[in-house]
Design a protein around this ligand. Structure first.
Ligand SMILES: [Zn+2]
Length: 141
């Protein structure tokens, strides 16, 4: 709450609020709109101003502003397109991973089938060997 510069008593409501436009200083751009409240001390009657708020305005030529607004609109639509693309890519990637997992499983199954075939070949060879050996042994008895 603003306080009286003379006696320090706080004032609650301004007697008047007005708006001032401040022109830019050297090297600054734009205008500053200040809302100033005029207060009067309830104890010593000193009147004093307090800045309530500041709003800065940049001065832009109308066609420049329109161009900025147009560019912004274009950027928004480009951004939406990009978001859709990203969504699609994410989906495609998920599908690819799924396919990859399936292929890996298929190739693992194939490898196991090859091993199984080899083992079956060995088993039947060993059976044959065993048969021949048994036959030889029986001849020696
Ligand atoms: Zn005062």
């Amino acid at each position: 709450m603003p306080a009286c510069p003379t006696c320090g008593t706080t004032a609650d409501t301004p007697t008047k609020v007005f708006t001032v436009i401040v022109e830019p200083k050297e090297g600054e751009r734009g205008l500053t709109q200040r809302k100033v409240g005029m207060y009067q001390c309830s104890k010593c009657n000193t009147k004093f101003p307090i800045i309530v708020s500041r709003q800065k305005y940049l001065v832009v030529a109308e066609d420049q502003l329109r161009k900025i607004q147009r560019d912004l609109k274009d950027l928004k639509s480009t951004n939406e397109e990009l978001e859709h693309k990203v969504d699609r890519l994410v989906k495609e990637q998920e599908e690819l991973q799924e396919t990859l997992r399936r292929k890996e499983t298929e190739s693992l199954v194939k490898q196991l089938e090859v091993k199984l075939n080899a083992l079956e070949g060995q088993v039947s060879y060993l059976r044959k060997e065993k048969g021949e050996l048994e036959e030889k042994v029986s001849k020696f008895r």
